[in-house]
Design a protein around this ligand. Structure first.
Ligand SMILES: Nc1ncnc2c1ncn2[C@@H]1O[C@H](COP(=O)(O)OP(=O)(O)OP(=O)(O)O)[C@@H](O)[C@H]1O
Ligand SMILES: [Mg+2]
Length: 274
């Protein structure tokens, strides 16, 4: 099992709320959510479509304003009021979105995508040979061949290659928090396991905190230290993976689990399939 001891809280939120629209059309996409993320912790946020997962992620990333609530970063109220402060915050926090195309500027070739990471890390002073070495190393971490890809545009890559490129970026940027919003949706189960493995290896190497946003409660159980379950913008269940999934308190979690074959029991192959 992947679970390991987690460390201090470095990002937390209290009463996080986001509304869209006004009057009769108003919806509360995220409703009074509290969270605490620790260094090196793996968190899953699980919920059906429209439950507010991506909206919550965007608020954590500072891409969407909060209607109400407070976010604390490293023990102090988060301040992203100016562009310079936002940039500084984004040095610590990165995301992989459902649609990898949205991550890259389509006019930048693969080498400039990676080169940009060197710039963001303030490592422009390195020699060209050192820069290439870093870019190559990040590609080989995700089993991509830098020489074959460097001259291509992101839209010339396959979905799987593009997702690997996203992880190569994360490898170079080494953020403290990675939010992965259904990162494996575009690829087959085998590559999916590889990508998860890569992310978990990164967690171990750089003590990164990872938030997985997923519909897949079985995956959440398998990979997470902590699970948050969301329904209509509300966190209805929160606890260790064992607490939240093996001993759920909310009816919603029980219903979600009802849809999943018994994830925590060994398969009994002696029984006939129905
Ligand atoms: N920019 C927006 N303007 C208006 N409503 C929005 C906006 N973004 C999200 N919503 C609404 O907020 C609710 C939550 O959406 P969100 O994208 O957070 O769900 P989700 O849990 O990520 O769903 P999925 O699993 O399908 O990705 C939905 O009802 C959605 O229609
Ligand atoms: Mg979403």
């Amino acid at each position: 099992m992947i679970r390991k001891k987690v460390k201090e809280v470095f990002l937390s939120g209290t009463g996080i709320t986001r509304e869209f629209g006004h009057g009769e059309t108003k919806i509360i996409a995220v409703n009074n959510v509290d969270f605490e993320f620790h260094r090196g912790e793996i968190i899953s946020i699980v919920g059906e479509s429209g439950s507010g997962k991506t909206t919550l992620a965007k608020m954590i990333l500072g891409l969407l304003s909060l209607t109400r609530g407070e976010i604390e970063f490293e023990g102090k109220p988060r301040d992203i009021a100016t562009q310079a402060k936002r940039r500084q915050y984004w040095q610590n926090i990165q995301a992989i979105f459902q649609d990898p195309f949205s991550t890259f500027n389509i006019f930048n070739k693969v080498d400039s995508v990676l080169f940009d990471c060197i710039r963001l890390q303030g490592q422009e002073h390195l020699s060209n040979a050192e820069k290439f070495e870093k870019m190559k190393e990040s590609c080989s971490f995700v089993n991509l061949k830098f020489e074959e890809l460097s001259n291509k545009y992101p839209f010339e890559l396959s979905g799987g290659q593009m997702q690997r490129l996203m992880i190569a970026r994360i490898f170079m940027l080494k953020p403290k928090l990675l939010i992965a919003d259904e990162p494996t949706s575009m690829i087959d189960a085998c590559s999916r396991a590889t990508i998860l493995d890569m992310l978990l290896k990164l967690r171990d190497e750089i003590d990164m905190t990872i938030v997985f946003i997923t519909h897949d409660i079985g995956l959440a159980y398998y990979i997470s230290d902590t699970v948050y379950i969301m329904e209509h913008g509300i966190v209805v269940e929160r606890g260790t993976a064992d607490e939240a999934i093996l001993h759920p308190k909310s009816d919603y979690t029980k219903r979600l689990l009802g849809d999943v074959p018994k994830i925590y029991e060994p398969w009994d192959f002696t029984k006939d399939m129905v």
